[in-house]
Design a protein around this ligand. Structure first.
Ligand SMILES: [Zn+2]
Length: 331
């Protein structure tokens, strides 16, 4: 058992990622390894609260929150998507068994614990290909069946930890557009629209220079053009798109570095219009990676998609802000 767990720990080390499922497995494998010599296998069982605490010790966990967090992490999906690679890893170390995560079904205890269970690896087929590779590919990727759907999770304003600048500009995470804070945003917006206009004016006024063109003039021109472009891309365009599309990806300077990517969105009720920092995220139904919103390419350059952090070009889902549902997208 110890050799198998060590093998899993090595595989996790080789495939480091920041997604939750990986952290759960890493914590489970490391804790199991410490107790690998124990004869009593129930010692290597951990409930979701223990696992959540091991993954994020700084957070105050209760059992229900831990259970939600664990279910969201989709650990079995994480393993299923990487099954072929995992099996090959165990096989290359000379094992005829591999490890997966399993939950002990117990009628009496509502806190059914999780543990690492073994399963037998199929012997190599005649063509040298492991038999279960075909079985490991989930049937939903085949033709004629329904692709996995994604339901986006919505994090309301106030639950995303803001950076210092974010707190200054957004207050608690959302504010009424017609307010003092809204005025600050409007001034910033006007300022960043005026800057490229000022650059254009400077360039235009250069025609009045009544002397031969110098290298310095060319450099100044180039710098003005570059700065206007940067201003346009970073400040002006997102603001226009925010007003038009109701949602844009938020700049990373607005929220804490530990947070997943967030978005700025506009909402309104009967009385006010609000600017809010929110998050539409999720867990990739293919590989359990973290879904984040990104702009598409080409004709879709203004359309947001849910892209998996592990395979951003391949695990792509449509995004609908209202229904919060996504379909697998093949561009
Ligand atoms: Zn994925």
């Amino acid at each position: 058992m110890k050799a198998l767990i060590q093998c899993l720990v090595d595989w996790l080390n080789e495939n480091r990622t920041d997604i939750h499922a990986w952290r759960v497995l890493d914590a489970l494998a490391r804790d199991s390894l410490k107790l690998a010599e124990s004869i009593d296998p129930t010692q290597r069982e951990f409930d979701v609260l223990e696992l959540a605490q091991a993954c994020q010790p700084e957070r105050d966990w209760d059992y229900e929150a831990a259970k939600r967090w664990f279910n969201r992490a989709a650990v079995p999906k994480f393993l299923e998507a990487r099954r072929a690679d995992l099996n090959a890893h165990f096989r290359s170390r000379g094992h005829d068994q591999a490890l997966t995560i399993a939950q002990r079904k117990s009628a009496g205890r509502h806190r059914a614990p999780w543990y690492l269970s073994t399963y037998a690896l199929n012997p190599l087929g005649e063509d040298g290909q492991p038999d279960e590779v075909t079985a490991a590919n989930p049937p939903e990727t085949g033709s004629g069946t329904v692709e996995p759907d994604l339901i986006y999770e919505f994090t309301p304003p106030g639950e995303i930890k803001l950076s210092l600048l974010g707190r200054l500009l957004l207050g608690p995470g959302s504010f009424v557009a017609l307010s003092a804070r809204g005025l600050v945003w409007a001034i910033l917006m006007m300022g960043s629209v005026l800057f490229p206009m000022f650059c254009v004016y400077l360039l235009w006024s250069m025609r009045l220079i009544n002397r031969p063109l110098l290298t310095g003039d060319l450099i100044l021109m180039l710098m003005l053009i570059c700065t206007s472009w940067v201003f346009w891309r970073i400040f002006v365009r997102p603001w226009i798109w925010l007003l038009d599309d109701r949602i844009v990806p938020a700049a990373v300077v607005l929220f804490s570095l530990k947070e997943d990517p967030a978005q700025l969105d506009m909402a309104k009720d009967g009385k006010h219009r609000y600017l809010r920092l929110v998050r539409y995220g999720g867990v990739c139904p293919v590989c359990a990676g973290t879904i984040e919103l990104r702009y598409g390419m080409g004709v879709n350059s203004r359309r947001l998609f849910g892209c998996c952090g592990e395979a951003p070009q391949d695990h792509v889902f449509t995004f609908d802000r209202v229904t919060r549902a996504g379909q697998r997208y093949h561009g």
